[in-house]
Design a protein around this ligand. Structure first.
Ligand code: GUN
Length: 290
């Protein structure tokens, strides 16, 4: 049964090791500036995890914590400062942002050459055109996992449940670029089970615990769980535990491969973020068209 489990921690560990070796040969450390606005506990945990991986692998990180009531203009001014700072290679603004700030306006303020999240419309456009500068982190992490386990993508029917700008849409484009036939499902999809049951590769990125049940999965499918959801758990010290979007215990009995949560896609996102930061460093130090 264990052979079904896609081990994201192991794959990410190998990527971190390679990044650490590559970075140790550089004159300077690649540097990422991270903005955390407000005090959302999940965002704080994610940002701390990013900082820890930077420290472990020879990257510099500058974490700027800003008050939740900062104005959009003041946040954009701070971003402009790091846009101009030559010693910063990558910029990441943790989302979600407080409701009074336009995420689109803030993302567009980031210099596309430093947009290591690949959120900027310029970079999304380049991705769509098949000539990406950066690959979006979570979607790229999924593709790396599929490749690592020798799971063929071309000619497969891939169903992505979720249409976010961070995961669902860009992952669909990446799967398409690898010659899969794509269906994107979302909250208004009629008869979603009929769609998911056709999937050779089923991706869940909806943010709802246990959304994908075994009756929605074709026997022998590859199931990729991008969800990171907190559910109450009185037996746990913290009072909660993290689960994905897939009803893991039943789906694992039916599928060929599955990513666990935690230990699947999540850690790959950070590995891809550091890859993008190193890529940004190289692009900024070797003159070329981005
Ligand atoms: N919030 C949740 N995931 C992400 C991510 O990959 N990047 C940023 N900037 N914010 C996030």
């Amino acid at each position: 049964m264990d052979s079904k489990i896609i081990d994201g921690r192991m794959v990410a560990g190998q990527i971190f090791q390679k990044l650490k070796d590559d970075v140790s040969k550089l004159d300077k450390k690649p540097c990422i500036a991270v903005f955390l606005v407000g005090d959302d506990p999940s965002s704080r945990i994610y940002v701390n995890m990013k900082k820890k991986r930077c420290d472990e692998n020879g990257f510099d990180s500058i974490i700027t914590q800003l008050p939740g009531d900062i104005s959009q203009n003041d946040l954009i001014k701070q971003i402009n400062k790091v846009n101009k700072n030559k010693s910063v290679n990558g910029i990441l603004v943790q989302v979600p942002l407080p409701a009074h700030i336009s995420e689109e306006a803030v993302i567009e303020a980031v210099d596309p050459q430093k947009d290591v999240d690949c959120f900027h419309p310029y970079n999304l456009g380049r991705l769509m055109a098949g000539d990406p500068v950066f690959l979006p982190c979570t979607p790229a992490g999924v593709i790396v996992l599929l490749d690592y386990y020798g799971i063929h993508i071309h000619e497969k029917r891939a169903v992505v449940v979720g249409r976010s700008n961070i995961v669902g849409k860009p992952l669909s484009i990446l799967l398409l670029s690898r010659h899969a036939t794509i269906t994107i499902c979302h909250s208004r999809t009629a008869n979603i089970r009929e769609e998911t049951k056709k999937a050779d590769i089923l991706v869940a990125a909806v943010g709802k615990p246990n959304f994908i049940t075994s009756d929605m999965v074709k026997k022998g499918a590859v199931v990729i769980d991008v969800g990171i959801n907190r559910v109450e758990d009185p037996d746990s010290k913290k009072g909660y535990r993290i689960v994905g979007d897939v009803d893991y215990d039943t789906v694992i009995k039916k599928c060929e491969y599955i990513t666990p949560v935690p230990g699947g896609v999540g850690v790959m996102t950070i590995a891809m973020l550091l890859e993008n930061t190193l890529r940004a460093y190289n692009l900024q130090n070797i003159p070329t068209r981005i």
